[in-house]
Ligand binder design. Structure first.
Ligand code: NAP
Ligand code: F7E
Length: 343
């Protein structure tokens, strides 16, 4: 019998890669979707015939109990979240509800459906739970690189909500013996990345500028340092974490640092343009409390999970630019242009 996985956030960047990966491993994959007519289902249109969908929302406890009860998954991947950090200053309560309380609701759904009320150590028979924790929890990092033992100093309501999700996951592991793990993933990107995130904002703008459809690209802090990897690599790590004998917390990244300025330079260089002719700084895009520097220490994950990133940063940016040149060209030909990202 194939293993069954339930993925929240199936319509997101990571959900699409994880769904694809689990299907390739022979899983029966269920995606939780919300809303009457979810506009982002288009992101997984290629997979739709092989996926199963079930309605539910991380804001709605009963819908999660019902989804877990119906699917009876072996593994639950909780990727659903409001993932754009600046939105968490505009709607902090909503972001806390979805990204923080939503984790508790999903853990409760598993606990209720499994009938767990006391420690239960037979991990083999349990629903295994993956929580999408984030390097944003390290925030104003107290050391670099950041590892599984580095303390947290989140800098946004998003980061604070993720810290709650992280600790409630650990607490259900310790209180109920649940097989619950957290992946503290550093930034990961792809051609499927939302247009509001900086790498995709850059790759889309570069494509539009190259094709003569836009001239300027407004950005905020070019000095911010991130550890960027490829999303397709990171979903393999999520799966590997759930195959370990004992549950735990893991840091996943590349261990290589770049600035936003590096991302800009690589992307513009790739199409033979000088970024200085096009990039303008908009102080409104600078965050109220910035995370200046993040870099992962992946020693533990690479040894114990036998996991390694396969796509270097320059290759990643180039892949995204090439994909966007193709996409923008196609949409331009069909007269259905993406509007320039304004975030
Ligand atoms: P994404 O592309 O923004 O996808 C977010 C997903 O969450 C979408 O499928 C969205 O569904 C769903 N969602 C939003 N609100 C929901 C709700 N109330 N109930 C159920 N689902 C809801 O994010 P991503 O980049 O794939 O990231 C996946 C997860 O990893 C997120 O939890 C994110 O915070 C975390 N993370 C991401 C990174 C990264 O660099 N990508 C790094 C660390 C951690 P709709 O289509 O309905 O909006
Ligand atoms: O910003 C700077 C910005 O929005 C990266 C999410 O997946 O990863 C992501 O969060 C950096 C920041 O990602 C612009 O100030 C400059 O320093 O691409 P981003 P993020 O905030 O790091 C973590 C790990 C997650 O968990 C999140 O869900 O780029 N930056 N100028 C800009 N950023 C944006 N978006 N737009 C700009 O114009």
């Amino acid at each position: 019998m194939p293993k069954r996985a339930l993925i929240t956030g199936i319509t997101g960047q990571d959900g699409s890669y994880l769904g694809e990966y689990l299907l390739s491993l022979g899983y029966e994959v269920w995606g939780l979707v919300r809303g009457q007519a979810n506009p982002r289902k288009s992101r997984i249109s290629r997979l739709a015939a092989d996926l199963n969908f079930i309605n539910g929302d991380l804001m709605d406890q009963a819908s999660l109990v019902s989804a877990v009860d119906k699917v009876q998954p072996h593994e639950v991947y909780n990727l659903g979240a409001i993932s754009f950090v600046p939105m968490s200053w505009e709607q902090p309560e909503l972001v806390t509800e979805v990204n923080g309380m939503g984790v508790l609701r999903m853990l409760e759904a598993i606990r209720i459906v499994s009938g767990l009320s006391a420690p239960h150590r037979d991990h083999g028979s349990q629903i295994r739970f993956y929580q999408a924790s984030s390097s944003e929890m390290f925030g104003k990092a107290i050391e670099t690189p950041q590892s599984e033992t580095t303390g947290f100093h989140p800098r946004s309501p998003y980061g604070v909500a993720k810290v709650y999700g992280h600790f409630i996951t650990r607490n259900y592991r310790e209180s109920f013996g649940m097989y619950a793990v957290s992946g503290m993933l550093f930034n990961h990107e792809s051609p499927r990345r939302g247009a509001e995130f900086v790498t995709r904002k850059i790759s889309l703008a570069v494509a539009r500028i190259k094709l003569g459809l836009q001239d300027k690209l407004s950005l905020g802090n070019l000095d911010a340092v991130r550890d960027w990897g490829f999303a397709g690599d990171y979903v393999r790590a999520m799966h590997a974490m759930l195959q370990q004998e004992d549950p735990g917390d893991w840091v996943i990244g590349t261990g290589v640092m770049h600035t936003v300025r590096d991302a800009v330079q690589i992307a513009f260089d790739h199409v033979g343009l000088d970024w200085r002719d096009h990039v303008v700084i908009d102080p409104q895009l600078v965050r109220p409390a910035e995370v200046e520097i993040l870099c992962a220490d992946i020693g533990r994950a690479s040894a114990a999970l036998n996991w390694k990133p396969t796509v270097a940063f320059a290759e990643l940016m180039q892949m995204m630019v090439e994909s966007d040149v193709r996409q923008v060209t196609r949409e331009h030909e069909y007269g259905d242009l993406l509007t320039a990202a304004s975030w």
